[in-house]
Design a protein around this ligand. Sequence first.
Ligand code: ADP
Length: 345
Amino acid sequence: MSLIRLSGVSKIFPPPTKDAAPVTAVDGVDLSIAAGEVCGIIGYSGAGKSTVLRLVNALETPTAGTVEIDGRDVTGLRERELRELRSDIGMIFQQFNLFESRTVAGNIAYPLEIAGRSRAEIAARVTELLQFVGLADKARSYPEQLSGGQKQRVGIARALATNPRILLADEATSALDPDTTQEVLALLQRVNRELGVTILVITHEMDVIRTLADRVVVMEHGRIIESGEVFDVLSAPRHAATQRFVASIIEDVPGGDQLQTLRDRHPGRIVTFTVRDGDVTQADVFATLAAHGVRFELIHGGINDIRGRVFGHLTLSLTGEDRAVTDAIAAASAFAPLIEEDVRG
Ligand code: ADP
């Protein structure tokens, strides 16, 4: 059974100005997330991702459809039931949203105070959480004395204070540098694996999806346009918008200025192909090019590991007799489509 289930959910906001049309932020979304799963939601800004999160923790009520947590409709809950629901759902944010006037321990204690726990219980839980997130020595520090990564660890500890079964993460690592991002992702992985917390993450970062998510959902204009296993969606996106989005978060495909630089530097025809574990081997492509007497140089690209599976893009500059290059591209494309960068547009 799903822990989180959205069925036919839409959310329409009133027009922002008198003359404007209402805003359909979420449009007929069906989404089921099993207990223990990590699900990533990706998509351009304005796609409706945050609204989905806010519908899950009942900060917004759906205009149509139902949102269920553990089989229970969250719309129209009474105050007390809503409090119970919120203590079952932790949330972390891009800007951490810590109370600057409270110490680290005070921040983590906050949801427990709201829940009316005893002092002794709060103290014990805060100590336990500080240890879990590796900040036992920072209990009395204030947020301004912490690095971004430490602040987010406090955010995670606070979100976990009431032992929620669900954690919602809204661009939780987008304000962090790459090293710190890895550190926070490793902690979130422990939250999922050791504590069994179901995680729903919104992100535009490849690393977050790659290292954390089991499944990914792509949103555009309030709708889910594609979803599936992370490897499948990232390595073979079906929808044109997903292809564009994936290309924008994957750095191994040369874009705009980068492509111009490559063109200035290399005389040949520039092609990119996708390497995909199991069905495309580089060796077949290279052997075919060589067999046609075409010289090739690897000028850009990268190989990613997605949960032990290989996926990436390699960009080559091909030189040789024009006809031979054309034939070689056609022949090698039998193994992996060689996309000419001039044609990609
Ligand atoms: P994302 O998280 O993918 O960037 P959002 O869910 O924040 O997208 O927003 C989806 C759309 O809904 C956007 O057009 C946004 O302007 C609009 N929207 C979000 N919240 C509100 C609100 N409270 N009132 C009016 N419009 C909103």
